[in-house]
Design a protein around this ligand. Sequence first.
Ligand code: NAD
Length: 431
Amino acid sequence: MGQTIFVPREVAGNEPRVAASPDTVKRLVGLGFGVTVEKEAGSLSRIPDEDFKQAGAAIGKAADAARADVVLKLRRPTDAELKTYRKGAVVIATMDPYGNEAEVAAMAKAGITAFAMEFMPRITRAQSMDVLSSQANLAGYRAVIDAAAEYDRALPMMMTAAGTVPAAKVFVMGAGVAGLQAIATARRLGAVVTATDVRAAAGEQVASLGAKFIMTDALKDASGEGGYARELTDDEKKAQAELVADHIAKQDIVITTALIPGRPAPRLVSGEMVKSMRPGSIIVDLAVERGGNVEGAKAGEVVTTANGVKILGHLNVPGRVAASASLLYARNLFAFLETMVDKEKKALAIDFEDELVKATMLTHDGAVVHPNFAGSAKGTEPASKAAPKKAPARRKAAAKPASEKAAGAGAKRTSTASARKPATRKSGGEA
Ligand code: NAD
């Protein structure tokens, strides 16, 4: 019997996704692994145990983690889960380590080799392993579907014998991976779409999806390192607010997705702007787990304001389209794990010099090894959650795969990025 892989049913955060699919189980078995999937691990992602079984997995129980050489997960293991893992086990998940340094230290203490998938460099070779993109893409899609479901009018223009229904006006703030997919989805539903971003490069991508790009002249370009946005100066923030204030008042649906690495999510929509919207308008704040783009948004809640605007602050939006999200996430994990397997020996063979390993390995051999966290290795005291350390430098992405992000087509990547640091979180969700 070769080495073994365990895929648990997620226990933390009402997580409906699962880190393997019948397709990846088949591939893992093909690599020589024995795979055990916990009973009902896929039930909330519409994958019955029988499908895993037919793909070659054994169906087991949580305690089977104790025998596993590799554990594939969505979320960082809980203390209870950690206790069941054997020393030296490889655990691959979305680890959400910032502000959770004590939990990172606990993984080191447990002796596991933990990999944080969200730190995967955004380079060509790792494109198929980019969980941030695969999940943000679905979140952008789902944001529009959620908005459409709450909106009590039709999105497309409808010319009928009984009169004309006007097309809904949708405004997307932040045109990264999630925002571009939101634009594409809203366009497919027939809405009239406008979008804004602080990176000038986003303009072309927005236009290529058939939406109008809105940007203030006062803000030429706020691209930061690695193709991400930098925080705006106070003057720039003011100019942006002036630009969008009038525009927002005329919108039916606003979807916000703006994030800045290492900072809380920027506040883009003020209470005054919300007040200026018509009753029945919808705002979706996809950044709510990172502090929120919208004043009045509440993590995990749908808030209806005094003037009849609904602000959607759903947590774990990729989990709201769990069956699709699980399939992509599972493939991301498989693609990464495959790089750490010696195919002749049919065994794990981690190359510690590989840039993917260096970028994502958090703990190994009893120590916290990731450079962003190594300082907290010895102590069990968590670093301040309010003031996380500065994000590492990254090189700028030369090619921005707009069509890929919006429509799922392939695209080349040219950036090299190290650990991506999310901004301070105010609530429990992740990934
Ligand atoms: P993100 O999640 O960090 O942020 C979402 C968007 O919000 C970004 O487009 C950002 O510019 C925007 N934003 C930030 N502050 C804003 C503000 N004040 N107002 C309006 N918008 C604001 O971004 P992401 O989706 O992860 O994408 C970040 C970059 O990475 C993009 O340039 C994207 O094209 C690139 N990317 C590259 C690869 C690759 O492989 N090279 C893969 C995916 C994404």
